[in-house]
Design a protein around this ligand. Structure first.
Ligand SMILES: Nc1nc2c(ncn2[C@@H]2O[C@H](COP(=O)(O)OP(=O)(O)OP(=O)(O)O)[C@@H](O)[C@H]2O)c(=O)[nH]1
Length: 563
């Protein structure tokens, strides 16, 4: 696997791992942020809902308490049969009615069971006594239960069958020392209250109120409201527990409720915890409202309020940035390392394959740049060294070529060299229509020199002959040792007269020059003038025949071959 592929795989792996890690970190951080944010929101929401509930109720409760403390009402409650006291009490009731924001009131007397009521429309003017409560009647059980429980103040969500309305009733006991004379209060229409306080029309937020027993008092889903909790036996109530999926959450909620209700000193406390509700993980915020003896509970579905998906653009942005950064790193690696290395490798392969011509080398800096420089220098050295070797080989080849055509003894051209020269001359003569002359020399009685004075003296005689030949020839004539004591001389250009003149001069010069070796000897010369178109064989044959005839004629002479 080459470096480029490995880098590509490495970068891909980095992108993959980086993205997965980034996504995991993002998800964890986003979840933490949402959870912390949710806890703050839950606390704020609980305080806000608590304040919104109390704000309209507090005034009504205070008025109801005032009404319960009214001396007029108390006096009448002690003697309900007195018409004058009743008339005065009804006037007092009507005064309170005008002050209640709901515009209605009720007064129920313990002694007579008389129930007085008038509404905002003043519908029951003059007939405020609506009916009489009966202990055995389930619809009236609330009244007797209130007296039995004996709490000064109570909030009761209860449908009033006689009046045909469901209201949030503010019930306050009329006390006379230890005695309870009756109950007064006002009813706030539940649907309006639920709309204003509980039904926030905000997805993911669910607000509800529950009484001390955990019975749901206010909820946007009316089916969940536990109407007339006061008179309901345990086990039939609509409790907050039903909102939670797990038993552990229910137990914990109950403990929290108990804790909040008993530690009611100081600023109202808000506790929150995550619970399972409707198969979802919900943040539950809870506070106790001591003023009314209820719990305010807010359920926040954080996945709806602030879905982690809302952070997706951040994650996508991060992953894209990572991707772009890695691609840039890859491009930079390619530009700075991979591409220069690739070009360097190409240059190396050319050198390996014997192509020593200068190859374009990558422009690079740093380590790759130095590597390239060193390779360039190395390639240059190889190129120079190879050129030097090639020159030497050429030189040696030329020398060998020369040596192969030189007679080692006389240092004249040997038979092979002369043959090549003759062939070239024949070609030239044929091409140009020119003539050339050929002399064939043979030392007379050479064998005798060898025999008489030894082989070394014979060699010396041959060497002397060669030097004489070189001295007496024209610069452009060529002499060669043909073999043994025989020599050839190529005369070019040449004509008959020149041939004859040089042949005689050669013979004479050798005769005179031979003495230099301590032995005077002569040569016989056969000469011929080669015509254009003649072959090497016929030229040699004619010269040889001329030599033969000259030998026959007595040696030490020149015979010119006839044309
Ligand atoms: N010293 C010496 N002798 C050589 C060399 N090459 C050939 N010879 C001798 O040269 C002699 C040539 O003899 P021939 O040409 O046959 O006879 P010749 O004695 O010259 O007689 P003619 O040519 O008939 O006058 C032989 O005895 C060879 O041994 C050489 O390189 N050195």
């Amino acid at each position: 696997m080459n470096l480029r592929t490995r880098f590509l795989l490495l970068i891909s792996a980095l992108i993959l791992v980086g993205s997965v890690v980034a996504w995991a970190v993002f998800h964890h951080v986003a979840r933490q942020i949402v959870m912390q944010w949710g806890q703050r929101v839950a606390e704020i929401q609980v305080r806000y809902d608590r304040a919104r509930l109390l704000q309209p109720l507090e005034r009504e409760i205070a008025l109801a308490r005032q009404m319960a403390d009214s001396l007029v009402l108390k006096r009448w409650a002690r003697s309900p049969e007195d018409p004058a006291l009743e008339a005065e009490a009804v006037r007092e009731m009507e005064n309170f009615r005008r002050n209640f924001s709901s515009g209605n009131y009720f007064v129920a007397l313990r002694a007579s069971g008389a129930y007085y009521h008038n509404n905002a429309e003043d519908e029951f003017a003059g007939r405020q006594l609506r009916y009489h409560l009966v202990p055995a009647k389930p619809a009236d059980a609330w009244f007797y239960k209130l007296i039995e429980v004996g709490r000064d103040f109570h909030l009761n969500v209860n449908p009033d069958a006689e009046l045909g309305v469901t209201k949030l009733w503010i019930d306050v006991l009329i006390r006379d020392g230890d005695q309870t004379l009756g109950v007064v209060g006002t009813g706030i229409e539940l649907s309006r209250f639920v709309d204003e306080i509980v039904d926030l029309h905000q997805a993911g937020v669910n607000t509800l109120f529950a009484d001390l027993s955990g019975a749901i008092q206010l909820h946007r889903d009316a089916k969940l409201i536990d109407f007339a909790s006061l008179v309901k036996p345990e086990g039939q109530k609509s409790l907050v527990d039903q909102l939670l999926d797990r038993e552990a959450d229910r137990i914990e909620l109950r403990e929290t409720m108990k804790h909040l209700a008993t530690s009611g000193d100081g600023a109202p406390r808000v506790l929150d915890r995550f619970v399972e509700s409707g198969g979802r993980r919900i943040l539950l915020g809870i506070a106790f409202v001591p003023e009314i003896g209820w719990y305010e509970i807010t359920l926040l579905d954080l996945d709806v309020l602030m879905p982690v998906a809302a952070f997706t653009p951040v994650a996508v942005g991060f992953v894209l940035t990572l991707l772009v950064a890695l691609i840039l790193v890859h491009l930079l690696l390619r530009r700075l390392i991979l591409d220069p290395l690739g070009r360097l490798e190409q240059a190396m392969l050319r050198v390996r394959d014997g192509d020593l011509s200068p190859a374009p080398l990558p422009q690079a800096r740093g380590e790759i740049g130095r590597l390239t420089q060193h390779f360039g220098a190395m390639a240059g050295a190889i190129r120079a060294h190879t050129a030097e070797l090639e020159a030497k080989v050429r030189e040696r080849t030329d020398a060998l070529h020369r040596l192969a055509r030189i007679d080692p003894l006389t240092e004249l051209t040997n038979r092979r060299g002369m043959t090549e020269m003759l062939e070239a001359e024949i070609t030239r003569a044929g091409r140009q229509g020119s003539r050339f002359g050929l002399l064939w020399l043979d030392v007379d009685h050479f064998k005798e020199i060898n025999d008489r004075r030894g082989h070394g003296a014979g060699d010396e005689a041959l060497t002397t002959l060669a030097r004489v030949l070189e001295g007496c020839l024209r610069p452009y004539d060529r002499a060669a040792r043909w073999g043994g004591d025989e020599f050839l001389v190529l005369l070019s250009p040449c004509d008959g007269a020149t041939l004859e003149a040089i042949a005689h001069r050669v013979r004479a010069d050798i005769e005179h020059g031979s003495a230099a070796c301590g032995e005077t000897f002569t040569v016989t010369v056969g000469a011929c003038l080669a015509e254009p178109g003649e072959t090497l064989g016929t030229v040699l044959q004619r010269a040889d025949e001329a030599l033969y005839r000259a030998k026959e004629a007595g040696r030490n002479r020149v015979v010119i071959a006839p044309r």
